[in-house]
Design a protein around this ligand. Structure first.
Ligand SMILES: [Zn+2]
Length: 346
């Protein structure tokens, strides 16, 4: 007779856990099929790339250690981070104890809020400062968010007028993806790193060493890379992607030297924040050459008295087209370079 209350107590506790977990589930997680493709880059080291069935935008990576999991970047929304954790459970049942934000941008750090307070979220001091300030009012995120209702309306109109069933189904998926993302953005609570660094820190998990390194200003004033020296792999966020990174909060003139610092690390594989993992280190040279030219080309136009909007139309980086399919500099990029040259950049 004494056992019964104990059993009931255990069942009640299980329910409480289930309810607590369920109540944290954000809006907008529904999707068809897998949201991520996990590319196993090294033993226990995975690159998570979105399939398109859920808005995730950037890539994340995760490292499965002896007793825990470390996640690098957590996507564009609470919903995307939630689904990432659900899908990681299909690879391992070890707990995620640590998240690393490579930088503050929305497509890398807007999933932070779903983690329990005992999870360490590590990022540069600048990343914490930005996520504590009004980073969602900055143009990069504002352009993204304010464009969504229009995208939803336009998709609805296209669905209504589409006769081909296959094309219609595709548009319906896009609509669902956008609506879910919008619903999740509405629940956004900016959550900064609760552990910060300024130059370097290391985590040790069994034989695995995980270095978090700040290599200088570049894509933002606080991008870090995650370097695994034994596995010879580096996770670069948007400090180095497989294509062109956005320049909205960048220091293109300093980025080249910061990339030189990256080259000094001994690695064979890059896991970028956008695009597939790659081994061709010449991509760093190509990107440095692009950054040098974008800086001088936009600077040249500014000297001629051209407005920054006009500079975006005129800047000619086409000599880099063998390495980057679209070499155009968007207005947000020329505005940033103008602000840096004027000394008004924040
Ligand atoms: Zn990004």
């Amino acid at each position: 007779m004494m056992k019964r209350p104990v059993v009931l107590g255990v069942i009640a506790a299980m329910f409480a856990v289930a309810i607590a977990a369920q109540s944290r589930q954000p809006a907008g997680t529904s999707h068809n099929g897998k949201a991520f493709r996990f590319n196993k880059v090294k033993e226990g080291v995975y690159h998570a790339v979105g399939t398109g069935s859920l808005a995730v935008v950037g890539n994340s990576s995760f490292i499965v250690n002896d007793n825990d999991v470390i996640v690098v970047d957590d996507h564009v929304s609470p919903a995307a981070a939630w689904v990432l954790l659900e899908e990681i459970k299909e690879v391992t049942n070890k707990p995620v104890t640590t998240v690393i934000n490579t930088h503050f941008h929305f497509d890398h750090a807007h999933g932070n809020q779903i983690f329990e307070p005992n999870v360490q979220i590590i990022g540069h001091e600048f990343t914490r400062r930005m996520l504590l300030s009004n980073s969602t009012s900055m143009p990069l995120y504002q352009n993204y968010l304010t464009g969504m209702p229009g995208q939803i309306d336009s998709l609805r109109q296209r669905i209504a007028s589409e006769a081909d069933p296959a094309a219609k189904a595709k548009l319906q998926t896009q609509l669902q993806v956008t609506e879910n993302n919008y619903a999740s953005q509405k629940e956004l609570k900016l959550t900064p790193p609760n552990v910060t660094l300024t130059t370097q820190m290391s985590l040790y998990r069994g034989n695995r060493e995980i270095q978090i390194r700040y290599l200088g200003r570049g894509h933002t004033a606080g991008d870090v890379v995650v370097y695994l020296p034994n596995e010879k792999v580096v996770m670069t966020g948007d400090f180095l992607t497989s294509g062109l990174s956005n320049l909205s909060d960048s220091y293109p003139d300093e980025w080249v030297a910061s990339l030189d610092a990256l080259k000094k690390l001994d690695f064979d594989t890059v896991m970028p924040g956008h695009g597939e993992a790659f081994t061709d280190k010449a991509k760093i040279d190509y990107y440095q050459a692009y950054l040098r030219d974008v800086w001088s080309e936009v600077g040249r136009l500014k000297k001629q008295g051209v407005s920054s909007e006009e500079a975006a139309k005129r800047a000619d980086l086409s000599k880099h087209k063998d390495h980057f399919p679209n070499t155009a500099v968007p207005p947000i990029g020329t505005a940033r370079i103008y602000a840096l040259l004027d000394g008004t950049a924040k």
